[in-house]
Design a protein around this ligand. Structure first.
Ligand code: NDP
Ligand code: 8X3
Length: 252
């Protein structure tokens, strides 16, 4: 086996682009997500294009039992995971606090926070056993500054920020690196999901400037993951040239 990376949410956006980046550079890749056909397609595409192995695991990160079953049952040779990329996540709705939907809030917290915790807990014993490893968590500029109508999505990403800091402290003794990557606006399926399939509303988010694309984020993740063993990027925020932070976006 080559070095192994497990990527959650690899059926789209940053996760899919990262799967390609790591496969192209000789890693064996565990891709995960809920959409089975996409996982199958990506597995076939990457394993035919690159000389590397791909293992596809279908599970919902919100489902604690499914997460632990899937990770405990991976073939023995795949358990020597070197890098975990906690990327699966979503925003649902962009509404004022008083108008937002409670079930949207629950799904964001269950996915972005609980899901990340379940996957981390399930994978950690494999990293600890090897006395090395790297956990890369996808935060966001939304986890650095709260913006209007961002309420619980921002809260979930602030939680990711705190969890990354906590992991970094508690996992030092196991020689596990923890990196939090905080992208600004990037054109993926993120806004289509956020606006529940409303393509026009989604497209508007990226109008009038050049946003990040998935490959930009994958390249940064790969850079962080391939530094010398004694070097760890703890926290990295990246935006397009048009964006300063969560609320300053220059269109012109
Ligand atoms: P995409 O919507 O393109 O991809 C999201 C991925 O997450 C998909 O592969 C999806 O897979 C997976 N996913 C979502 N919910 C679940 C679930 N319950 N169980 C398992 N997998 C799930 O979005 P991005 O690539 O843009 O987003 C990736 C991460 O980056 C997210 O955490 C997001 O919050 C964060 N982010 C995004 C930014 C942006 O502007 N795009 C900026 C900053 C951070 P499937 O549907 O097959 O399950
Ligand atoms: C996604 C970036 O600005 O839509 O995390 O919250 S933003």
């Amino acid at each position: 086996m080559n070095n192994i990376v497990l990527i959650t949410g690899a059926t789209s956006g940053f996760g899919k682009a990262s799967a390609e980046k790591f496969a192209a550079n000789g890693y064996d890749v565990i891709i995960t997500g809920r959409r089975k056909e996409r996982l199958d397609e990506i597995k076939n595409e990457l394993s035919s294009r690159y000389k590397t192995k791909i293992l596809a695991l279908e599970f919902d990160v919100q489902d604690k039992q499914a997460v632990f079953n899937a990770i405990e049952n991976i073939p023995e040779e795949w358990k020597k995971i070197d890098i975990l990329i906690n990327n699966a996540g979503l925003a649902l709705g962009r509404d004022r606090f008083d108008e937002a939907d409670l079930s949207d809030w629950e799904t964001m917290i269950n996915t972005n926070v609980h899901g990340l915790l379940y996957v981390s807990k399930a994978v950690l014993p494999y990293l600890i056993k090897q006395k090395k490893g790297h956990i890369i968590n996808l935060g966001s500029t939304a986890g650095k500054e709260v913006y209007e109508k961002g309420n619980v999505y921002c809260a979930s990403k602030f939680a990711v920020d705190a969890i990354s800091q906590a992991m970094r402290i508690d996992l030092l003794q196991h020689k596990i690196k923890v990196t939090s990557i905080n992208p600004g606006a990037a054109e993926t399926e993120f806004s289509k999901v956020r606006f529940k399939g409303n393509e026009q509303q989604a497209a508007k988010i990226y109008e009038g400037y050049k946003p990040l694309i998935a490959k930009d984020v994958a390249d940064v993740i790969y850079y962080c993951a391939t530094l010398p063993p004694h070097v760890c990027i703890n926290d990295l925020t990246l935006t397009s040239l048009s964006q300063a932070n969560s609320f300053y976006l220059y269109k012109g």
